[in-house]
Ligand binder design. Structure first.
Ligand code: GDP
Ligand code: MG
Length: 174
C-alpha cells in the first residue's frame, strides 16, 4: 500500500447574529489581519484552509453566512452536510448571546449529534463594554453539549486556538 492518505474535507458553517464578527474571525484566520472597513460578507461560498498535524492533513471549508441572518429559511440547506457549526456572539451584546440558543437549536434540528458545535464569544477586547461573562458562555455551552472559547478577531486573540481545537476533534485518532 502507498503512503498517500485520503484528504478529508470538512464543512464549517458560521452562524450568529449580524455584526458579531463572523466574517472578521474568518478573515483573521485566513489572512491574519483585521480590516475595520470591511463590513460586507466574503463574496464567495467558502474559503478553504488545509491543516497539517503530525501525519494527518485535513481541509477545512469555512462557510460564511452571506446575510442569511435575515433569511432564516435558507439556513437548513446551509447547515446540511456541515461537520462543525461555529455559533458566534458578541460578548458586549447580551441579545446576540441570548440568540445563540436559537442558532444551536436550528443546528441540532438539522444535524442532530452528527456535528461539533462551538460557541464563540467574540470581541473580548471590548473590556469595558462586556455584558456576558466567561461563566455564562461556558455554562451555556455545557448545557447544549458544545465546545466554548472566547476570541477577539480585532487583536487576534484565540483565533488559531479556535481552529486548532476544532481540528483536534476532526482528526482521525490513530
Ligand atoms: P458579521 O456580520 O458577524 O460577519 O460581523 P463582521 O465580521 O462584519 O464584524 C462586524 C463589526 O464588528 C465590524 O465593524 C468589525 O470590525 C467589528 N468586529 C469584529 N470582530 C471584532 C472584535 O473582535 N473586536 C471588536 N472590537 N470589533 C470587532
Ligand atoms: Mg459577515
Amino acid at each position: 500500500m502507498g503512503t498517500m492518505k485520503h484528504l478529508e474535507n470538512y464543512k464549517l458553517v458560521f452562524l450568529g447574529d449580524q455584526s458579531v464578527g463572523k466574517t472578521s474571525i474568518i478573515t483573521c484566520f485566513m489572512y491574519g489581519n483585521f480590516d475595520t472597513n470591511y463590513q460586507a460578507t466574503i463574496g464567495i461560498d467558502f474559503l478553504s484552509k488545509t491543516i497539517r498535524h503530525e501525519d494527518s492533513t485535513i481541509r477545512l471549508q469555512l462557510w460564511d453566512t452571506a446575510g442569511q441572518e435575515r433569511f432564516k429559511s435558507l439556513i437548513p440547506s446551509y447547515i446540511r452536510d456541515s461537520s462543525v457549526a461555529i455559533i458566534v456572539y458578541d460578548v458586549a451584546n447580551k441579545e446576540s448571546f441570548f440568540n445563540t440558543s436559537k442558532w444551536i437549536e436550528d443546528v441540532r434540528a438539522e444535524r442532530g449529534n452528527h456535528v461539533i458545535i462551538v460557541l464563540v464569544g467574540n470581541k473580548t477586547d471590548l473590556v469595558n463594554k462586556r455584558q456576558v461573562s466567561i461563566d455564562e458562555g461556558d455554562n451555556k455551552a455545557r448545557e447544549f453539549g458544545a465546545l466554548f472559547i472566547e476570541t477577539s478577531a480585532k487583536v487576534g486573540f484565540n483565533i488559531k486556538p479556535l481552529f486548532f481545537q476544532i481540528s483536534l476533534h476532526l482528526l482521525p485518532l490513530d
